[in-house]
Write a protein of this length. Structure first.
Lengths: 547, 172
């Protein structure tokens, strides 16, 4: 018994340390009446764990009930949820990507479709207003009324349009935030806000009204300024047309909401407007407009716009098809000309419906008029610039007699050019019997040749002349059949072309031509197995001597 | 950037409007002075700590026929009190105007601008008067609308004073 008594007393003594003696008596009495388990039961009742359990069991129901009765719960939870979502995205971005992926596609499609629909509607409106009898009549009336056409159209098509919304600090007149319709040119809203406050003060002073009361509306013609004032701030909306009651109510709600959400920022405002940037959405909600014929406009099909788009598409289609046909014919003519025996194409270009070809022609090949009839152009006018030459030892020397045009080049440049050409044209690359590959000595001479070609090209470029063409003529000795000689001479020319291309000469500027056996008895068999190199300027920019 | 309302007051024809014309942005014409008695313009002042935009309420001049419209002073964070240093009457009006401003704006920083400082031969504001004002804790700056002397300094001084006032309010 004594043990039983001692134990609670000891515990009581521990608990009552530091309390006044009256409280100690109370605690002792409570312990005697309620027993030793009371404290632990009380602790357990109020412990956090039990609290969590109790709240968890009713949380969902409590939130549902609160949200139904009072939107304040949603508002209170919103920042918490925003923060939680933000943290979650930072921690695991792929999770949110996976969640929103199925939503994004349809949303983007819907948005694009809506934007296109709006664009067509706007286009239709512009066309109607520009070209329709109504549009022309409006232009005339706007001119007579002395107002801009845009203003007149707005007055005829819009019931009202809120052009600008200002949130103004009432005491100082300082603009807290402003939004405006993108289509409207607005003056400095900060100055407007202060001046508006000055006008309000002027009215209060002049007519002895209370400074607590506020101007509610200023009207001028079809323009009105509606001011919805709260205790600390006011929202001023600039409206073209007559603002409806519902929209005015919306503005009133906006100022109430701003006072509710920003009461502290308004109360302690010392000139820092950063806190009010987030009022953007609320103010944008007031930027509304209503069309006079909104309902009928929606039901009507935008035939004018559809017709315009259709005509535009048809025209573009026609132009594209015609261009494609001309280009195809141009490519066919190039191909046929290149395939024609005895012709070398030095340059080709297309200028609209005209094809310009610069050609070398072997004197033994068909005439240029015969070639033209063979090409039979239907949509293109073919402009041929042909130089006729007879390939052989003597004629290639004539081919090499190229000079720079005197009007664009100085004497020094022409001398330098002639030396370079002489260096290139005097070179021939020789092959072994029946060989279409080069020996090492010949291969070693290629870089010097490439260097000389580059210098010629650089000179042409500095004189703003067309890029020179490199013509490679392959030859064979008299052994073998004519066809075999032609084949081997082509392979030799192609090999030199490949070597030049590998060393940085642009492929499109090189023409390789196999001529087979063309030489007489003056050359040795080795000298006949060669490829000669000729620099040729396109005829349009150079003065080549007639061979 | 902080935005502050600043009122510019002073006797009639001391050169208030001319004083700031070259230094401020405005979209309104001077006719507002004769209609509603005030014209608002704005002025950006760059301080070492931060930028400040002043919404400058240029209030029409005060004389025997025209009272200062007190409602225009409401909410002002700073006052520029302009006098004509060549006209003794405007110098005498200074204390009266200062008291009037103080009755509405007890703690608001005030900078006194003694204008027309370029007219040195006609200058009437004595060194004693200037020293007395400065000894009373007021900021006095000699300015000239003609040469622009002292104007930027006056704006900077007022901006600094308003910033100090703002900081002390925040600290409270």
């Amino acid at each position: 018994m004594s043990k039983l008594e001692d134990s609670p007393n000891a515990s009581i003594n521990e608990q009552t340390e530091g309390f006044p003696s009256q409280d100690n008596d109370y605690l002792r009495l409570r312990r005697l009446l309620l027993g030793a388990d009371y404290d632990s039961a009380l602790q357990s009742y109020v412990s956090k764990e039990d609290d969590a359990e109790r709240v968890a069991s009713v949380l969902a129901q409590a939130i549902r009930q609160s949200t139904r009765n009072d939107p304040a719960v949603s508002k209170a939870l919103a920042p918490l949820l925003n923060k939680a979502i933000h943290e979650s995205i930072i921690k695991n971005p792929s999770q949110i990507t996976n969640v929103i992926f199925p939503i994004m596609g349809p949303a983007i499609r819907k948005s694009v479709a809506a934007a296109l629909r709006e664009m067509v509607q706007n286009l239709n409106r512009v066309l109607e207003q520009s070209f329709s009898p109504k549009g022309i009549a409006w232009r005339y009336k706007a001119w007579r009324a002395g107002v801009s056409y845009g203003r007149y159209v707005i007055s005829q098509t819009l019931k009202f349009r809120v052009e600008q919304v200002l949130l103004v600090h009432r005491e100082t007149g300082i603009l807290l935030h402003a939004v405006a319709d993108e289509a409207v040119h607005v003056k400095d809203p900060e100055l407007l806000s202060s001046m508006l406050t000055a006008i309000q003060d002027f009215v209060c002073d002049s007519f002895d009204t209370s400074s607590e009361s506020s101007l509610e509306r200023i009207e001028m013609g079809d323009f009105a300024l509606h001011i919805c004032a709260g205790p600390a701030a006011a929202v001023a909306v600039a409206v073209r047309g007559a603002l409806g009651e519902a929209e005015l109510g919306q503005v009133n709600e906006a100022i109430e909401l701003i006072h509710q959400d920003y009461y502290q920022a308004l109360d302690t405002f010392e000139g820092d407007r950063e806190a009010f940037e987030s009022t953007e959405d609320i103010l944008r909600g007031c930027l509304v407009s209503e069309e006079l014929e909104a309902v009928t406009q929606q039901k009507r099909r935008p035939w004018l716009a559809i017709g315009f788009i259709f005509a535009l598409a048809l025209s573009l289609g026609f132009i594209s098809v015609k261009n494609w046909q001309v280009q195809t014919e141009f490519e066919r003519i190039i191909e046929l000309t290149q395939q024609e025996e005895g012709y070398i194409m030095v340059a080709s270009s297309r200028d609209g419906d005209a094809a310009n070809l610069s050609l070398f022609r072997d004197s033994n090949s068909i005439s240029e008029s015969a070639l033209l009839s063979k090409l039979s152009p239907k949509r293109l006018f073919v402009n041929m610039n042909v130089k006729t030459i007879t390939f052989g030892a003597i004629d290639t020397a004539k081919l090499n007699a190229l000079t720079l045009p005197a009007p664009v080049a100085s004497l020094d440049e022409r001398t330098q050019y002639a030396q370079l050409l002489s260096h290139i044209n005097s070179r021939a690359i020789y092959f072994a019997e029946n060989a279409t590959e080069l020996g090492s000595t010949e291969l070693e001479s290629i870089p010097a040749l490439v260097n000389a070609i580059h210098r010629v090209k650089a000179l042409n470029h500095s004189l703003k002349l067309a890029t020179p063409q490199i013509m490679l003529l392959g030859f064979a000795d008299s052994n073998g059949s004519q066809a075999a000689n032609l084949e081997v001479s082509k392979k030799r020319a192609e090999l030199v072309k490949a070597l030049l291309v590998n060393n940085g000469i642009q492929e499109s500027t090189i023409q390789a031509w196999g001529l087979g056996h063309k030489d007489g008895q003056l050359l040795s068999a080795r000298e006949k197995r060669r490829v000669t190199i000729h620099v040729v300027n396109p005829f349009t920019n150079s003065r080549t001597e007639e061979p | 950037m902080l935005v502050k309302k600043v009122c510019m007051v002073g006797p009639f024809a001391v050169g208030k409007t001319s004083l700031v014309k070259r230094f401020v942005e405005s979209i309104f014409s001077d006719k507002y002075h004769t209609t509603i008695g005030v014209k608002v313009s704005k002025k950006k002042v760059e301080l070492a700590q931060e930028s400040m935009q002043m919404m400058l309420w240029d209030i029409e001049g005060v004389d025997v026929f025209t009272e200062l419209k007190s409602s225009y002073l409401r909410g002002a964070s700073g006052v520029m009190l302009v006098i004509d240093g060549t006209r003794p009457t405007t110098i005498r009006q200074l204390n009266e105007l200062l008291s009037l401003v103080r009755s509405y704006l007890q703690e608001t920083p005030v900078v006194i601008l003694a204008n027309k400082f370029d007219l040195t031969n006609e200058w009437k504001l004595s060194q004693d008067d200037a020293t007395k004002l400065r000894e009373n804790g007021l900021t006095l700056i000699e300015t000239s609308a003609k040469t622009g002397a002292g104007v930027e300094e006056a704006f900077a001084a007022l901006a600094q004073a308003m910033l100090r006032e703002c900081d002390s309010k925040t600290a409270e």
